[in-house]
Structures are given as C-alpha cells and as structure tokens.
Ligand binder design. Structure first.
Ligand code: SF4
Length: 87
C-alpha cells in the first residue's frame, strides 16, 4: 500500500503540487534536487513531470501520494514558485 503524505498532526492525505511557471527563473535547482518530478523544459522554465498544463501554460499541477523530494524543492526554489497543498 502506498504511503500517503502526513501532516504534522499525523493525518494522511493526498497532496497537489502547483508549479507557477510564470515566476520560474530557470535556475534548475528543483531539477537537481528532485529530478523525479522536475525538469527544465526548452523554454528554460521548470516542468512538473506528468502534470496537466493549464492557465495558459502559466501553471502546472500534479496530484501525488508521496511527497518524496518535493518538499526539498519547495524549500530550495529561490523564486518561491513551487507549492504543495492538501488536495
Ligand atoms: S527551483 Fe524554482 S526558479 Fe529554479 S527552475 Fe525550479 S521552479 Fe524554477
């Protein structure tokens, strides 16, 4: 059985990752620290692997059951364009 993300209270839930591409400066840090989920695309903006594109390609979203390295990517991103929210 897959391990779901846990909150500080211990509750388990599914997370949604939101990448705001319009704020991305293309530094590549997310790809380095979390290549499982992030890669730089041809436009030198980060791309969330497997994400649906939307909002005029300004944002990408992906539902995940495991946080893995995503929290580290959220923390390292200098432009604060990666968010992880409860879905
Ligand atoms: S760490 Fe942030 S600014 Fe840098 S490429 Fe990734 S999403 Fe863009």
């Amino acid at each position: 059985m897959e391990e779901l993300v846990k909150s500080k209270s211990g509750k388990k839930f599914v997370m949604k990752i939101i990448l705001n591409k319009s704020k991305c400066i293309g530094c590549g840090s997310c790809q380095v620290i979390c290549s499982q989920f992030f890669e730089l695309s041809e436009d030198r903006k980060s791309h969330l692997k497997g994400a649906k594109r939307g909002f005029g390609d300004k944002k990408e979203e992906l539902i995940v059951k495991k946080a893995g390295c995503i929290q580290e990517a959220v923390e390292i991103c200098p432009a604060e364009c990666i968010k992880m929210v409860e879905n």
